[in-house]
Write a protein that binds this ligand. Structure first.
Ligand SMILES: Cc1cc2nc3c(=O)[nH]c(=O)nc-3n(C[C@H](O)[C@H](O)[C@H](O)COP(=O)(O)OP(=O)(O)OC[C@H]3O[C@@H](n4cnc5c(N)ncnc54)[C@H](O)[C@@H]3O)c2cc1C
Length: 468
């Protein structure tokens, strides 16, 4: 196994549970990839270096089947899954059931219920399809079809049914997780999927930080006899110790680098056409107190989407897609202190946030991100004790899987959702016997859910049974 991100560890565990002897080689000094926690600002302030909010882990069959509680992992679910403040102290927010959320949406109450109630009723069926390898005929075509009909279209189209900025804001923020312009196909699916999860399992954070997820996976792997060796960058497939199967938690560009000369030429050509998405600029803050959001809902939310109205978010994301740095960026912010006092010394808080930027950007967006926080939480700047910033270029230096600062393992376009990384029946096989790709550049794509790794390992196990 090369790489110990959530997908690498999910793959390693799936193989180890099947009785294989597993060795994981990780280039970084600690395991976890996009799932680590460090004191990035000051001693005692524990910041999630990458992932912080875990709706996908909470919904993932791999994680729910892993016995996280037994491994000491506690998922803490905020009362408000996410809030999206608007000027004037208003906010769109998702909390509790569809009916509870709808009751906060005034004239859009009925439209919200009509959209979300059938989807949340079918949450298990929809999520199991979209966390699957996406190539099989859906087991529940009616539920998935209803989702697909709405979701194939853009967020811009999806929100046309709403009259209030609050309801439109809910889908602005969730759709923008796609890192695509709001008028791109499938952005509606991102919006609906994250909202379905908010209503069904919530948007939890991990007590103590995301690294606890990694520690639990590594502990189970080691208990099964597996081994994780850190500080070992693999630059050529030929340098790996002999193994019956090799799984690579890397993206297409790195696969070409480590194995390019051995890959079938047609497959290598297709990999070269793989497209990465925009980057991110991330800031972590140590704060003297909780963020003084003007909107009540934002004070209780684990995640806060910043950017104002749907039109403003759409304009910011369009700027990024066109290679510009938006003056008023769309920002994703997580405030672990809402549920987890262990992240900072007494009465202090941590804050985590990022905005989208053009791929490879070296621009420090701290001032623009802070201006967006201050806009909806006057007095925020006075609370900042320390901060740590990573530009998109630095995000890639920290983890080569984040090509150009892209944190999703490749653009989530319609084409690359259906065919990820290339158009073939099984997208985990590489054309090299015994070598598999298992990162978020394979289905079902980005996020901490471990399902790319779990599905890749199942392919490897099936091949081993067929050709032992
Ligand atoms: C700033 C940021 C915020 C995020 N927020 C969230 C969030 O809140 N919720 C969420 O669900 N997801 C979030 N994500 C996305 C999530 O972290 C990723 O989708 C996920 O980690 C992908 O897992 P992976 O195993 O495919 O790859 P990674 O986690 O990137 O792991 C790949 C590992 O392979 C190692 N590696 C790569 N090449 C080599 C090599 N040649 N030799 C040895 N080792 C190698 C890397 O060092 C790394 O440890 C965020 C990501 C970032 C960066």
């Amino acid at each position: 196994m090369v790489g110990s991100g959530p997908n690498g560890l999910a793959a390693a565990l799936t193989l180890a549970r099947a009785g294989l002897a597993v060795q994981v080689l990780e280039g970084a000094g600690t395991p976890g990839g996009g799932c680590r926690t460090e004191e990035l600002t000051l001693p005692g302030f524990r910041h999630d270096v990458c992932s912080a909010v875990h709706p996908l882990a909470a919904a993932s069959p791999f994680f729910t089947g892993t016995g996280l509680a037994a491994g000491g992992v506690k998922l803490l679910t905020p009362k408000v899954a996410f809030a999206h403040p608007l000027d004037g102290g208003r906010a769109g927010a998702v909390a509790g059931s569809v009916a509870e959320t709808a009751s906060s949406l005034g004239t859009d109450s009925g439209a919200y219920r009509r959209l979300m109630e059938p989807l949340v009723r079918d949450a298990d069926r929809i999520l199991s399809t979209f966390l699957g390898p996406l190539r099989s005929v859906p087991a529940h075509p009616l539920s998935v079809g209803r989702f697909g009909l709405e979701g194939l279209s853009s967020a811009t189209r999806l929100v046309r049914r709403f009259a209030t900025e609050e309801a439109r804001a809910i889908f602005a923020g969730t759709s923008a997780h796609s890192c695509l312009p709001m008028d791109a196909p499938l952005t509606g699916a991102y919006g609906m999927m994250f909202t379905i999860i908010a209503h069904s399992v919530g948007w939890p954070l991990v007590e103590g930080g995301s690294a606890r997820l990694t520690e639990a996976l590594v502990a189970e792997l080691e208990a099964l006899g597996g081994q994780v060796i850190t500080g070992q960058w693999v630059s050529r497939l030929a340098d790996l110790p002999p193994a019956r199967v090799t799984l690579l938690d890397v993206t297409p560009r790195q696969l070409l680098r480590v194995a390019g000369d051995r890959l079938p030429p047609r497959y290598a050509r297709a990999l070269r056409r793989f497209r990465y998405g925009p980057g991110i600029c991330k800031v972590d803050w140590a704060l003297d107190g909780p963020v003084p959001w003007a909107a009540d809902a934002a004070r209780e939310a684990g995640t806060v989407h910043l950017g104002g109205t749907f039109a403003e978010v759409a304009s910011a994301e369009a700027d990024v897609a066109a290679g510009r740095h938006p003056e008023r960026p769309f920002c994703l912010v997580a405030q672990p202190g809402v549920v987890d006092p262990s992240r900072a010394p007494e009465d202090k808080h941590t804050l985590w946030g990022y905005c989208h930027v053009p791929a490879g950007s070296t621009v420090d967006m701290t001032a623009r991100i802070e201006a967006q926080v201050e806009r909806f939480a006057p007095g925020f700047r006075d609370l900042v004790i320390a901060r740590s910033t990573r530009t998109a270029a630095e995000v890639e230096r920290h983890n080569p899987n984040h090509v150009g600062g892209d944190i999703t393992g490749g653009a989530g376009t319609l084409r690359q959702t259906l065919f990820r990384p290339v158009a073939r029946w099984n997208q985990y096989r590489t054309g090299l016997p015994g070598v598999y790709l298992c990162s978020s550049s394979t289905p079902p794509g980005g996020g901490v859910h471990g399902m790319c790794g779990a599905w890749a390992a199942r392919t490897a196990l099936a091949d081993l049974r067929r050709w032992p």
